[in-house]
Design a protein around this ligand. Structure first.
Ligand code: ATP
Ligand code: MG
Length: 356
């Protein structure tokens, strides 16, 4: 088939989070992208726990509802996994020819992955080819536990969809950030995505991932602390976080509790930064881009900026994407933007491959 006749294969970015499921379908324009459809649907906090799907039927029903309600007809999706079923390692391997590489990398992986190779799906990316005369090259190794992957594949297929691309949250976030812009040479940027159950950290150096870590601390900590400290329900705690007073409890009352959880989060991020400094030759992270639902938590961005002593900006993955104001309310889009980062990064996957 002639390449110019090949139908451009579009994908829906599908982010199956533990608090909500998000979907974004982008259409390629001449030099940018346009939102075709998008949506978000909450799920019950016990549906997915610690990245494990507890109620598969509820997840596939929620996905189906999300697609139907927002008129998303496309069936091919890109989805991502995160947390402890994903292992990401940057390793140095002996320089190999492409033909030897596939086999060689499995052998290398066995030494770096704490699970049996039979139990994981393996992927890799050559980050930096060896310079002439060099013996080693930098490779990014990604292993995802098959059990986890199969659970996600099953709910997607039960929702009548086809999983065309599997990704990792941190890399989807990186994709959403780097697609429209190249960071300055030498610039070190921490992409920090604070979700409900997980915080994904991806530190970019020269626009390439230099360090990743998923930490099991997110917005659920704020919610749980509010429930415990002031004796409210899960729903009431969620409302307080959004700045809505609930019967008998003011937003001011919630502030001290939220700040306490912010400080735990800052400590957790600081530990990752310190680990990065001690294992790399770098000593300064220049700025942070904060995404995930918790980026909407008023006060978190300034808190982290103060605590970690670096500029923190809230991510807007729609910044370079066209949206028809008649179809998508601008205020609505702004209000969900940081939370849609993973889904946008996923939606950009296939289009990017088409371009290459
Ligand atoms: N407007 C808001 N103000 C404050 N907090 C918010 C707001 N919107 C969402 N959150 C919080 O963001 C978190 C959900 O973020 P997100 O949707 O990124 O998580 P998720 O993808 O469902 O979960 P995870 O990736 O951790 O599995 C929840 O803790 C929620 O309370
Ligand atoms: Mg998430």
């Amino acid at each position: 088939m002639l390449s110019w006749m090949r139908r451009q294969k579009e994908l829906v970015g599908l982010d199956i989070g533990t608090s909500s499921i998000k979907a974004v379908h982008l259409q390629r324009l001449r030099s940018s992208y346009k939102i075709a459809e998008l949506g978000i649907v909450p799920i019950h906090p016990e549906t997915i726990v610690d990245g494990i799907i507890m109620d598969a039927a509820a997840v596939s029903a929620a996905i189906r509802q999300l697609f139907d309600k927002n008129g998303i007809a496309l069936k091919d999706v890109a989805f991502s996994v995160s947390g402890h079923s994903v292992i990401i390692k940057k390793i140095k391997v002996p320089t190999m020819k492409t033909a030897e590489f596939r086999e060689g990398i499995v052998w290398e992986a066995e030494r770096h992955i704490p699970y049996s190779i039979e139990d994981v799906n393996l992927d890799f990316q050559i980050l930096r080819q060896a310079e002439p005369g060099e013996q080693e090259m930098d490779v990014l190794l990604v292993a995802v536990k098959k059990d986890t992957l199969n659970e996600y594949l099953a709910v997607i297929s039960a929702a009548g969809l086809n999983a065309a691309v599997v990704d990792v949250d941190s890399f989807a976030i990186e994709n959403a950030f780097t697609m429209p812009q190249r960071p300055q040479p030498g610039e070190i940027i921490a992409l920090v995505n604070v979700g409900a159950a997980v915080t994904n950290i991806n530190i970019l150096y020269d626009g390439i991932s230099d360090f990743t870590r998923d930490s099991p601390l997110g917005g659920n900590r704020h919610t749980e602390s509010l429930q415990r400290s002031i004796g409210v329900s899960f729903e009431q705690a969620e409302a307080l976080k959004k700045g809505e007073p609930v019967d008998g409890h003011s937003v001011v009352e919630a502030e001290a509790v939220i700040e306490m959880a912010n400080s735990e989060l800052a400590g957790e991020i600081r530990r990752s930064f310190d680990f990065y400094y001690s294992t790399s030759q770098r000593d300064t992270i220049h700025r942070m881009v904060l995404s995930g639902g918790c980026a909407l938590l008023s006060g978190l961005a300034p808190y982290l900026s103060h605590a970690l002593e670096l500029p923190v900006e809230v991510a807007n993955p729609f910044q370079h994407i066209v949206a028809d104001a008649k179809k998508f309310d601008t205020t609505y889009l702004t209000g969900i933007a940081p939370q849609m980062t993973v889904a946008v990064g996923l939606a950009l996957r296939e289009s990017e491959d088409d371009a290459g």
